[in-house]
Design a protein. Sequence first.
Length: 217
Amino acid sequence: MDTKMLLKLLENQADPAKVSAMEAYMKNKFSFLGVQKPILKKIEREFFKPFIKDPIDWTFVEECWQQPYREFQYIAMDYLDKKKKELRPEDFSKLKELAQTKSWWDSIDQLDRIIGEITFHYPETKNIMRQWSLDEDFWLRRIAIDHQLMRKELTDTNLLAEVICNNFGQTEFFINKAIGWSLRNYSKVNPDWVRAFIDQHASQMASLSIREGSKYL
């Protein structure tokens, strides 16, 4: 999987007129080539096709992460998402490094579900989420809070409650928003549990978390 070849494919489809808006949307934290998501997905499909049945190519992932253009990080995450059923507990260290490098909500909110695939199939790794929920890096704490998103009735509510409670009293927007999102998402399948949780902990929760978590109640 050649990132130089991939760069040429992206450059051929890049629209320089889109760069300014794409960079502004990410608060000018990253450079973009100007390849919008629908086109990016199309390029990915063709690029991944010859390699998708091979073992995970971590060298490719790491090289994508080193590239200056944000599109490469999106491609790396989409690749890992396609290979997520092959991820193993020993991959946590690599995923943690990705999460803590070039961190922003767009990468964290895709990595959390990729990482969540490991904790779902390897329950012994839930302890890693407990540890991350207390980490000084709030991006790791956000992953711990939201890694069960979309798990619906298979959500481990004890773990969900624990990682949320570990983050009460925070002023960080991305943490309080994550708490609200995790509760809002789970309320679609178990509103009674979410309602009871909010009622029990309302005095400790940020108003943003309560507002987001109560949206569908």
